[in-house]
Every structure is written in C-alpha cells, then in structure tokens.
Design a protein around this ligand. Sequence first.
Ligand code: TPP
Ligand code: DXP
Ligand code: MG
Length: 625
Amino acid sequence: MTELSAAHAADPATTLEGAHLTTLGGPHTVRALPAGQLAALAQDIRTYLIEKVCAAGGHLGPNLGVVELTIALHRVFDSPRDAILFDTGHQAYVHKILTGRAAGFDRLRQAGGLSGYPSRAESVHDWCENSHASTSLSYADGLAKANELNGRHNRSVVAVIGDGAMTGGMAWEALNNIGASQRPVIVVLNDNGRSYAPTTGALTRHLHTLKYPGDHSNITDASEAPDLFTQLGFTYLGPVDGHDTGALQHVLDHARALRRPVLVHAVTVKGWGFGPAEGDEADCLHAVGTVDAVTGKPAPTAGPPAASWTSVFSQALLELAGEREDLVAVTASMLRPTGLYPMAVKYPERVFDVGIAEQHAVTSAAGLALGGLHPVVALYSTFLTRAADQVLMDVALHRLPVTFVLDRAGVTGPDGASHHGMWDASLLGMVPGLRLAVPRDSSQLKSLLREATAHEAGPTAVRFPKGTAGPDLEAVRRAGSVDILSESGIRDVLLISYGPLAPLCLQAASQLTEQGIGVSVADPRWATPVAPELLELAARHRLVVTVEDNSRTGGLGSTLAQHLQDNAITTPIRTLGLPRTFLTHGPREQLLTDAGLSSAQIAYTVLRARAAKPLEHTITDGSPQ
Ligand SMILES: Cc1ncc(C[n+]2csc(CCOP(=O)(O)OP(=O)(O)O)c2C)c(N)n1
Ligand SMILES: CC(=O)[C@@H](O)[C@H](O)COP(=O)(O)O
Ligand SMILES: [Mg+2]
C-alpha cells in the first residue's frame, strides 16, 4: 500500500499531497499529475468507490472496471471541449469524481443527491443522460456532424461503450454510419466480457480472436488482419490492457491524432480491485444495495427476505414451464434480474438470451409464436418502449400469443428518469388485441400469469413494480373478471385501483368512510380490454376515481374514461397517475407521494371532486360581459 493509500485508509477521501478526491478541481488537475502518481490515484479512487458505493448502493462492478480507463480518457481528451460520452451511463462514477463531484457520493441516487448516471444539470462534462444501452455511438455520430457543420474541426468525440451495450442493434446502425462518414469519432469498447452475465454471441467470439500485439508500443498500427471493425471503415486499435493507464494513454493519443473513425478495444475486468466483485459469478456486483465494504454482501435479515415481485414471477413461470412444453422465455441480457434464471437452469433449451437487443427479442418471440410456441418476453418496463414497433406490428398485427412480463413497472426509484416504468400501460393500452394484466399482489400475479399464458388468440402483458409484493388482498366478491376489494351499500364513490396501489385505495376508502362517504374499491385485474362489469359498476356510482402507477397521459384511467364516454355513462371520473414529466431519482414511496399517489391525496381528490359545483354552462356570444 503506498503511503498515499495508507493515508487513504485513514480517510478514504485523502489523496495526492493531502488533497482530497473531493477537492479535485477537475480534469485539468488529472492532466497535470505526473505519470508516476497515476497508479496511486487509481487506487485511491477505487478505495473511495468501494467505501461510498457499498454504503449508498449503486453500480459497483462496472465502475471499478473503468478507473484507469477514465483517468486515461481525461488525460488525453479535453472535456468538455472534447465530448466524452458514456453508453448506458452506469459506469460514469469515476468520470464524476474526476470532474469535481466526489463529495456527492454520500447521497448517490438519493432524493436531491447525485444521479447514478450522467446528468447535464450536474456538470458540463456530462452529455447524455439516458440509461438505456446502445445509444452512445448514435449521439457521437450526430455530435461529430454538428462539429463539422459548425466548423469545430479540432474537437474529439469519444463514446465509451461496453461489450454488452455493443450487442444492441442501435450500436451497429451507428457504426455503419460513422464508418461510412469517416468523421473523427473514437469508439472505446470497454470489453470486460460481461453484460450482467458473460456476453456471448458472434461479436464476443470475434473479440476473443483479437490478440494482444505483444507490447503496446506497436499497437498504434492498425491490425494487419482486416477485422469486423476495419471492414466497417474504422481503424481498430487493440486489444489494450484496460487497467494500464500508460498504455491506454498511448493508444488514445494515437486515436485522437488519426482524425478518423477509430475503435479502441480496451480489455478490462468488471469489479477490478474488489475481490467480492471480481469473483461474483452472477454479475460481478453489477448493481448493489447497501452492502458490506469487505464482503460485498448485504446485512443479514432477521427472517427470510420478503418475496420480491420478481421472485414470485420466477417461481410461477417455472411451475408453468413444467406443465407446458410449448412455453419458452426470452430475455435481453437480463436473465437473473428478470427472474428467468431458474427456468434457464431447469430448461436451458427453452430460454433465449439475445443480448441487449429488445427489438430483436420481441420479433424473435413473434417468430417463436409463429412456430407454435408460447414465448414469455421478460423485460424491465422502461426497456419495452425501445421495442414499441415490434410489439405493435410484429406481434399484435399478427395476433400472436406472446406474453410480455414487465418488471419494474411504475416508479422504480434510485435509477431515475430513464428507468421509471411509467409509459408501458399507455403504450400497451393502444395496442389492438393486446390484453394487459395488472396484479395487485403475489397471488394475483400467479393467477394472471397463468391466464395470460393460456390466452392464445393474441398478445398479453403482465406488469408489476420493483421491490417486494405486499400481503395478498382478498376480494369480497368478483364481478366478471373484476375483483371488488371493498363495497359500500351506498353507491357513492367507486375507487378503481390498477395493480399494486390497491392498499393505498383501501386506506383512502376507510378514511372516507369515516366521513360518512360510501366508497367501493374495485381491482380490474385485466386493465384492457375494459370489462363490461367495470362499466356497469361505474354507471351505478356518483363518482369514479382511478389510481395507477403509470403516466396519467394515455394511461389506464383515460382509457376507462373513453369507454364511459363511448357507452354514454355520464358518471364523473377523475384519473390519478404519474405526471407527464420525467421523474427524478429517489425512494419509490416518496416519488409516488410527490405525484399525488398516497391514501390521503386519493381521499382529498374524492372530497374535492364531490364538492366541485357543476360548471354553469353559459354560452356567450363573445360580447363583453
Ligand atoms: C436498452 C437496455 N436494456 C437493458 C438495460 C439494462 N442494463 C443495464 S447495464 C447492462 C449491462 C451492460 O453491459 P456492458 O455494456 O457490457 O457494460 P458493463 O456493465 O459490463 O460495464 C444492462 C443489460 C439497459 N440499461 N438498457
Ligand atoms: C443500468 C441498468 O439499467 C441496470 O443496471 C439497472 O440499474 C438495474 O436496475 P435494478 O437495480 O432495479 O435491477
Ligand atoms: Mg461489459
């Protein structure tokens, strides 16, 4: 341990000459450092990352893998004059430390704290905030064109993309354009051999054929054997040791000078420098909650951990797969996060991981259905929107029996704006022939998944949030497919709860009942198509209020409102849901409350609606009153 790191052991923020990572002035400080101090800087950053991310939670493995790479990038390129883009953005913590934001890591991904992704509100050094993978090369292509048109001829555009993100189709669309354009874009492929799990496929096999050219001094020569990238118009430089700052600088300097498309192939280790991450077979501690900074493990819980929605789905699917040989599953590089792992272990030939390629996943599932199988496509809700056309035209237009299982639907929390699953119900509500189920608890998830996979006349979808499913909520009776969770003899107010917000609606109902207002709570279970029994219930009440963990705009409530109108049901309706805005990062419960989705605010909406006087419909002829 250097004397510097010894100081670090005392105070993890202590670094060079007593300076603190928290007082690093910015990239110019990094560029001014003597080369001999870079190893110590890397070590200090690594120690700091382990301490802070284990305490706050976040993306530990990916960021430990890019410490030297990010230092080299900021020593060679002059950010923000040169643009350094991070694909997916989950590996930008070192970039944030080197651009003056180390102090923010105590509140990483917390309300009002540092975002877990690049954020233009935080820094001029941050360019793209979207945490959806495979976009950086397209941004880079556009930025390079803008530099050319604006006469900014000596600027560099650098995109850092992981080998996982490189399996996404957009990346190849961009490579095709950049290679043809011969504009000076530098693609840094951060090849750690993994997405969550080890990356597979032809690209991975190709990357493994590219061998180290001995020392790095001659690496600046384009590789002799024309390879995939050179044939696309790039100069390929690599592979280079992604933990050797000097070698990286040497190659990046050369890439910068070439002023043409270059692909630098950096080979790194995900979780480098932290044993529990390097050795984690599952995903190298890709994303952690609060964990021990020595073992990398979460604190032991008193009893068995509460069942997560994902684990309930995982078990239910495994049972269904045991009953039906035609059931297959598709994931876009998220086998474990979406709960498909147990099925992949038991029925490996029936689970397909297509890489970070949601568009391909959906249309490949359509092919599986054309072939007589019933595919379950398991995605995070936020990534479904990338495959909107495929859902609509490749699946629904053909009325194919594909079941979409959308985890992390609704407000997710710490991952912020591009991870909240708040548009899927608006999107799917428009898809002709698609049936959308919104389970309120574990028991409903199991039964609705069974119903969805039994439906062969067209596509189905089941959505549920991040986190643990609450206790099962018994219905007092069922009307058609609609569960009545509580019923008042006075047909005054009908609260319609879509999915996991049922407990909030029941609490609101009891608050209102104490005030002598008759409130019934209904759970449609199947949000679309709208059940006739739900329309009948609405017709028999004086006010309907819908509550959903999805955007209000085009959401389930507005779909119901349209059906009331179409059926000449004049019961007033209020729709509660998420606002038409990008929600920041923070705790799920807090963000729901901020959006007006709490029992008190639901009750308040009812009281206000009941007190509202009908507007006097005075038609004026426009003359001044
Ligand atoms: C479109 C999309 N699908 C899925 C994800 C979920 N996801 C986040 S990071 C990740 C793995 C990325 O692997 P890689 O690009 O190799 O980066 P690494 O974590 O290895 O540094 C995935 C699948 C995402 N962010 N975007
Ligand atoms: C960057 C990315 O898309 C994933 O790593 C995501 O952050 C994981 O989210 P969960 O932690 O909810 O699985
Ligand atoms: Mg990777």
